[in-house]
Ligand binder design. Structure first.
Ligand SMILES: [Zn+2]
Length: 265
């Protein structure tokens, strides 16, 4: 099969805090991006639809041109801003929730969320509306840096809480910061996950990519709709975008400003 683009969003917000701003997509840009997917006839599927439901056996057939829309961390604006747009278009998505970050995690609270996060009832409501809930660890550590016991605790506690509180099977996960290792992937498999996302900024291709290290396409703040369309198409060279530093972005903006000045003269 050809590649399946897996989009990675974080926050959908017009006034994000500085910590999430580079990856916060404006709500109107997000609505335009989803409309573009609809116009192109792409069919959003949950991440777990790309992997076999059991440890062995064939991956399920996906009809149409599939795409996976994912959201990391579990920010409250998913419920407020993204869910209504997705619902309007009849789209599903996969939200990777950091269980210790949930707004009403109570005695399970762990780690420090970067922005307002979902609470349990909003997470349950999203699941009831056909959104897949996936794991994203319990406290959002760099999993490849943890010793075995802590690694297992992070994975088992997170998946256990999600399954107990939501009453659904949780089969998909995303590594915090995209970091994994062979040891982390093995632990993820043992915890009961069937597929897991990294970040690599290329289109996932069945047979080429490990289902425990599926590459995703980062959707950053401020990209044009045209650029978004090219990223979805698997724009060659998008991998290089990882090297784009803030400094380079400023250089590009200055060049653009200089061109405008020349044109206006
Ligand atoms: Zn994260």
């Amino acid at each position: 099969m050809t590649g399946v683009p897996i989009l990675m969003y974080h926050s959908i917000s017009e006034h994000p805090p500085a910590a999430t701003a580079p990856l916060a997509v404006h709500p109107s840009a997000f609505a335009d991006q989803m409309a573009l997917l609809k116009d192109r006839g792409l069919t959003p599927v949950p991440l777990s639809a790309l992997s076999p439901p059991a440890a062995s056996g064939p991956a399920p057939e996906v009809v149409g041109r599939p795409i996976v829309i994912t959201f990391d961390d579990g920010y409250a604006d998913f419920h407020e801003r993204a869910l209504p747009v997705l619902e309007h278009l009849g789209f599903t998505a996969t939200v990777f929730v950091t269980t210790g970050w949930l707004a009403d995690a109570g005695p399970d609270a762990a780690g420090r969320p970067l922005d307002r996060t979902l609470n349990w009832s909003q997470t349950r409501e999203a699941a009831a509306h056909g959104i897949e809930i996936g794991g994203h660890s319990h406290s959002h550590p760099q999993l490849d840096q943890l010793p075995g016991g802590s690694l297992r605790d992070e994975l088992i506690r997170s998946r256990g809480l999600l399954e107990d509180r939501l009453g659904v099977q949780v089969r998909a996960m995303a590594y915090p910061y995209g970091y994994s290792s062979a040891r982390v992937r093995q632990a993820v498999l043992h915890t009961g996950y069937r597929s897991a996302c990294a970040v690599a900024n290329e289109v996932a291709v069945r047979g080429r990519h490990d289902r425990l290290a599926l590459p995703r396409l980062t959707i950053r703040a401020g990209i044009s709709l045209e650029r978004f369309g090219r990223i979805v198409d698997g724009e060659p060279g998008y991998r290089l975008d990882r090297a784009l530093t803030k400094g380079y972005a400023i250089v590009r903006r200055s060049r653009y400003a200089a061109q405008r000045m020349l044109r206006d003269v």
